[in-house]
Design a protein around this ligand. Structure first.
Ligand SMILES: [Zn+2]
Length: 229
């Protein structure tokens, strides 16, 4: 599976429903390149980097994490360059590291989640790391002719939600932020969703990118979100 091109300088590896792998994005600046999310495992990272090399692009200099869930972060040990995450993401990952000290943890995840079982079919250990750089509210990375504006926001899916806005291409990456909280019995907090809708509406973006969907237009996404509010 190869990279798809969203805009002039934004590419992505599609999400995979079979394993629930999220899409991984690649932003090409004149000076630096930045990836969005580290992916599920070292093999997910290897597939992404293989697709990047097939396009004669260089490996990412930075990788930004949208939130701590394992399908977005457990590949972080295998990324090249510098990783960036919100401070709460690292707090959650620290807890995951502690859980994973128990060798039964990976087996428990395999039992509980059929997607995890498929992704880790040939793997019997986890390598969970925290990010190299951490931010608390927002940070901006100047990639050279392209800017990644990374910001923490309130969202129903997780407390550590980070979104990434690329103003030059009018693209907003939302991770899984619009979904319910799977770690709280699938609870959908409508106040948090309303707050996130206001955030999305305030952004000058054309595309809204959710990690487990095809790219969406801003109005299509807002229309859907307002229908479930
Ligand atoms: Zn998630």
């Amino acid at each position: 599976m190869g990279l798809k091109r969203l805009t002039d300088r934004i590419y992505y590896l599609e999400h995979e429903p079979e394993t629930d792998r999220p899409m991984l994005a690649y932003i090409r600046g004149d000076k630096w390149s930045l990836a969005i999310d580290a992916g599920y495992s070292s093999s997910h990272v290897a597939d992404f980097y293989g697709a990047i090399e097939a396009e004669h692009l260089k490996k990412p200099d930075f990788t930004v994490i949208t939130h701590w869930h394992y399908d977005h972060t457990f590949g972080m040990h295998a990324v090249s360059g510098v990783s960036i995450a919100h401070e709460k993401t690292n707090e959650f990952l620290k807890k995951q590291q502690e859980e994973a000290e128990d060798s039964g943890y990976i087996e428990a995840l395999k039992r509980e989640d059929i997607h995890f079982r498929r992704e880790y079919a040939d793997l019997d250990r986890l390598d969970i790391v925290l990010s190299d750089l951490e931010f608390s509210d927002r940070m901006t990375v100047d990639l050279g002719g392209m800017t990644a504006r990374i910001f923490h926001t309130e969202a129903p899916h997780s407390e550590d939600t980070a979104c990434i806005y690329i103003p030059e291409e009018k693209v907003l990456f939302l991770g899984d932020s619009t979904s319910e909280d799977f770690f709280n019995d699938g609870y959908m907090d409508r106040d948090k969703l309303a707050s996130l809708i206001r955030t999305i509406r305030s952004m000058d973006c054309k595309y809204c990118i959710l990690s487990h969907c095809e790219p969406l237009g801003k109005e299509d996404l807002l229309c859907y979100l307002e229908s479930i509010l």
